[in-house]
Design a protein around this ligand. Structure first.
Ligand SMILES: C[S@@+](CC[C@H](N)C(=O)[O-])C[C@H]1O[C@@H](n2cnc3c(N)ncnc32)[C@H](O)[C@@H]1O
Length: 204
């Protein structure tokens, strides 16, 4: 646990020094170094994006010819030129219609670091996080381009196996990542999914 705290402090300090809005930025940097999904010119949709650390990283990597659209319940304030922020609940049924014109088409990458505000009761929080992740898959069906990929967080617990099965139903390749900046004690894992299957029947 002490090691976890020291590591958290280290990433907080690094984020401050490098001008990132969150230490979470380093989870994305490390995962992208492994899989290389954020490429120049890419269109990225970031769900649960506030305060904006992942958006900053993605904006740097897609460069001026790329675009990052971030959605969150909270307002996101960033200076980068190739970013657009939208204050919206991801469960809002109007999200796809609102985001598609902002992206100017389909996304190359959908990111999700979505996490509910903590109630203190793990079963409730985990259940809500699973619902958020299932919503990410629904959005991916509508907004992800043919060769697109999804990088998203999932809290381990009840129904997480069901979500993993959904990942595999929708994508040909699903890989699990536990970035160094994610605390060992935290039951969050990240999944990198690519190769969306075309004939997937949407689940209820
Ligand atoms: C861990 S934070 C994301 C940190 C972000 N990746 C970064 O690097 O700055 C999780 C975010 O999910 C957002 N969130 C939770 N439920 C949401 C919902 N229903 N719709 C939109 N955003 C939501 C929270 O407001 C919070 O900002």
């Amino acid at each position: 646990m002490r090691l976890d705290e020291a590591r958290r402090d280290l990433y907080r300090r690094l984020a401050r020094e490098q001008g990132y809005k969150s230490r979470a930025a380093f989870k994305l940097i490390e995962s992208n170094e492994r899989y290389g999904f954020l490429r120049p010119g890419g269109k990225v949709l970031d769900l649960g994006a506030a305060p904006g650390g992942w958006m900053q990283v993605a904006a740097e990597l897609v460069g001026p010819s790329g675009l990052v659209v971030g959605v969150d319940l909270d307002k996101i304030r960033l200076r980068e030129k190739n970013v657009v922020s939208l204050k919206m609940d991801v469960h809002d049924p109007g999200l796809v219609a609102k985001v598609e014109p902002l992206l100017g088409g389909k996304a190359d990458v959908i990111l999700s670091d979505l996490a509910p505000s903590v109630s203190g009761v793990w079963e409730i929080d985990q259940g809500r996080q699973v619902d958020l992740t299932l919503r990410v898959l629904e959005i991916a069906r509508a907004l992800l381009g043919d060769r697109g990929s999804v990088f998203c967080k999932l809290f381990e617990g009840e129904r997480s196996q069901f979500v993993r099965d959904e990942f595999r139903r929708l994508f040909t390749s699903v890989r699990t990542v536990k970035p160094a900046a994610s605390r060992n004690a935290s039951s969050e894992l990240y999944y990198f999914c690519e190769g969306m299957k075309k004939a997937t029947v949407p689940s209820d």
